[in-house]
Design a protein around this ligand. Structure first.
Ligand code: NAD
Length: 364
């Protein structure tokens, strides 16, 4: 039986990972450590049984060593981060503090407990990172592999790149048993509605503009969050300490194609469920029009990377990982989830999700 500390487990990918792990590894203990920043939502975990949520910061060395020792943690899965590129352009400081300093404090605590005082206790530190550390590809270049040189372009990707290097250094220098995964754009349930897919779905339902950066031709690889969790599971079970693994969905698409797909899914949902017209009267689809009329091109993001793509040969061949979701069906399910979970995103939009204390759920 393993004892997992999941940092950032109240954020989008962390929540999905905790739910996945509870389902497929019910004997393991799962402790979430989350600072509950604007992106952390304790309500996303409230129905998950046998998870302990600790409200705290990865920059708090004392809290970390106490948790690792007292809860006898043997696996850390590190998701906690500032994750939104646009926010990193407007305010990079928090990204440096959380993503670089925070990861370093976590590494120091793991070293102190597992190596210095625990003298070699079996352990694993898995660091979750992004393909954005590799920079931008031209249309002709092949996808990022694990040996692609780092060329981060945004404060977000630069801070994640720095954290990846620290994780690597703690393995090479001190022997910490680390693995790192660099994955592409995730989509799925519980994603904060500042990111493309939830934002555009909700805006299409509410009849608000769909703001498209530049010409909309930026290309991303899309990974269903369930497949991401599966990839991390394979790495925890069979990955080699010191190694990095790229995880992708094998679904490269320009943003415009993703947006058109969202519009079609929302329009179709109104055809199959006419009752949506009453719930979302301002949606174009409620009035027989296409959601696509809401599309609006806006100035491009500063330093916007043109294309990301992943070569996931290593994780497929060495660990037997294969993504199970196609983008088409994964997107339909995701849009259905946002339609069926209006209360969840309304509470984020009106700010009431910040009243997490009322949930009587945060344990420390
Ligand atoms: P998110 O922004 O939804 O969640 C981040 C979580 O970390 C939140 O719950 C937040 O409260 C918590 N957090 C922030 N600062 C903290 C601190 N100092 N101490 C403790 N907790 C803190 O992010 P996400 O989309 O779930 O991403 C999770 C991880 O996956 C990140 O490391 C991100 O870089 C990586 N990643 C995400 C994607 C994606 O598409 N979402 C893609 C590639 C990599």
């Amino acid at each position: 039986m393993a004892k997992l500390l999941v940092t950032g487990g109240a954020g989008f990918v962390g929540v999905n990972f905790v739910r996945y792990w509870r389902k497929y590894h019910p004997a393991d203990a799962v402790i979430v450590l989350d600072a509950l920043t604007y992106a952390g939502n304790a309500a996303s975990l409230v129905d998950v049984k046998d998870v302990s949520l600790v409200h705290g910061d990865i920059r708090d060395f004392g809290l970390l060593t106490k948790l690792l020792l007292e809860r006898q943690i043997d696996v850390v899965v590190h998701f906690a981060a500032e994750s939104h590129v646009d926010r990193s352009i407007h305010g990079p400081d928090e990204f440096v503090d959380t993503n670089i300093i925070g990861t370093h404090v976590l590494l120091k605590a793991a070293k102190a407990v597992w190596l210095d005082t625990g003298s070699g206790t079996p352990h694993r530190f898995h660091h979750v990172s992004t393909d954005e550390v590799f920079g931008s590809l031209t249309p002709q270049e092949t996808g990022f592999s694990e040996i692609t040189p780092y060329r981060p372009n945004s404060p977000y990707s630069a801070s994640k790149a720095a954290s990846d290097h620290l994780v690597r250094a703690y393995h090479k220098t001190f022997g910490l048993q680390v693995t790192t995964s660099n994955c592409s754009n995730n989509y799925g349930p519980y994603q904060f509605p500042e990111k493309l897919i939830p934002l555009f779905t909700i805006n299409a339902l509410l009849g608000r503009p769909l703001p498209i950066y530049g010409d909309g031709g930026n290309v991303r690889d899309w990974l269903h969050v369930g497949d991401h969790c599966c990839g991390i599971e394979r790495i925890l079970e069979a990955g080699k300490p010191g190694e990095t693994y790229n995880i992708g969905g094998g679904e490269e698409l320009p943003n415009l194609a993703v947006i058109d797909h969202i519009c079609r899914c929302v329009d179709d949902a109104f055809i199959t469920k006419p009752e949506l017209r009453r719930r979302f009267p301002n949606a174009p689809a409620a009035n027989g029009k296409s959601s696509a009329i809401l599309k609006k091109h806006v100035s491009d993001r500063k330093g916007h990377d043109r294309r990301y793509a992943i070569d996931e040969t290593k994780i497929r061949c060495e660990l037997g990982y294969t993504p199970k979701h196609s983008f088409g069906s994964g997107l339909e399910d995701t849009i259905q989830w946002y339609i069926n979970n209006e209360e969840w995103w309304r509470s984020v939009m009106d700010g009431s999700y910040r009243d997490w204390m009322k949930l009587n759920y945060v344990s420390e």
